[in-house]
Design a protein around this ligand. Structure first.
Ligand SMILES: [Zn+2]
Length: 276
């Protein structure tokens, strides 16, 4: 069933696990991720970037994602990932998102707080919960920043914005890592102790399994996977024979590849069986 961000994050808190947030781009990635969640009886977050909400894809993808979520036996949150502007937030709400991220992390903290607070107020009025970001999580190709999110700033940010979830910079980045990242597990634990908001780890693709497990143990409750969802789909496409013509048949293997990837992460995050 379609549910809200807070419901799945509360499940993660109660179970001391993390709920995977898979970035979806088309019908096959939606189906692969949903099939995995259903097989594992896991809560799941399906999220889309701002740019997808500004393109014609949203007109097709958002309604079909919502229809699939509504008929699913597991709890599914439909989330905006990295909302780049207030307009992006409004578009995502118009397309039915049940969770919103507003990312103003590249701005000074005062501006980040003001922008995120405004979005949190608007969304809370609508019964939609909000993720903010403090400590800008950049691109892996530019190197991983060690300017980790500070505990006192996280406390201030959560208190002043009222966010329900907080993405923190603790050693990850987006895209392909040049070398395996080393996470600041102690910092995760310190921030988790100091704030009520559910902590979010971005850039989950390529993080070694043992570090993911340690991050969840330290208090991470949502982990984003984007790059590896794409890789799983593309690996499935390149493994398919060229003579296959009917596109629905052709796409079965790539969809299964996405499903297998998602199942492995659901298992790693301890999210299996969380859909009670
Ligand atoms: Zn991200």
């Amino acid at each position: 069933m379609l549910t809200d961000l807070k419901t799945v994050l509360n499940v993660a808190k109660k179970k001391n696990c993390a709920i995977p947030a898979f970035n979806v781009y088309n019908q096959e990635t939606v189906l692969g991720a949903l099939q995995a969640a259903e097989e594992a009886n896991s809560c799941v977050i399906l999220q889309m970037y701002s740019r997808l909400f500004t393109s014609i894809e949203a007109e097709f993808l958002a309604p079909s994602l919502i229809a699939a979520a509504q008929r699913s036996k597991v709890k599914v949150c439909f989330h905006l990932d990295h909302g780049a502007s207030d307009e992006a937030v409004y578009r995502a709400l118009r397309w039915g998102c049940t969770g919103i991220m507003r990312d103003a992390s590249s701005l000074p903290i005062e501006e980040n707080i003001a922008i995120t607070k405004h979005v949190a107020e608007v969304c809370h009025d609508l019964g939609v919960h909000v993720e903010g970001e403090l400590g800008h999580i950049g691109m892996a190709k530019e190197g991983v920043s060690t300017e980790y999110t500070k505990v006192d700033e996280a406390v201030r940010f959560v208190k002043e914005t009222g966010v329900d979830a907080l993405a923190i910079l603790v050693g990850t980045a987006h895209g392909h890592y040049k070398q395996a990242p080393v996470l600041a597990i102690d910092r995760i634990a310190e921030i988790n102790k100091a704030v009520d908001a559910a902590l979010v780890l971005h850039g989950g693709s390529g993080v070694p399994d043992d570090q993911i497990v340690a991050a969840v143990k330290a208090g991470i409750r949502k982990i984003n996977f984007g790059t590896d969802v794409c890789c799983a789909l593309l690996d499935g496409i390149f493994a398919e024979k060229h003579e296959a013509a009917a596109i629905d048949v052709f796409m079965k293997r790539p969809t299964a590849s996405v499903k297998a990837f998602c199942l492995s992460k659901i298992d790693l995050l301890g999210a299996e069986g969380t859909n009670e």
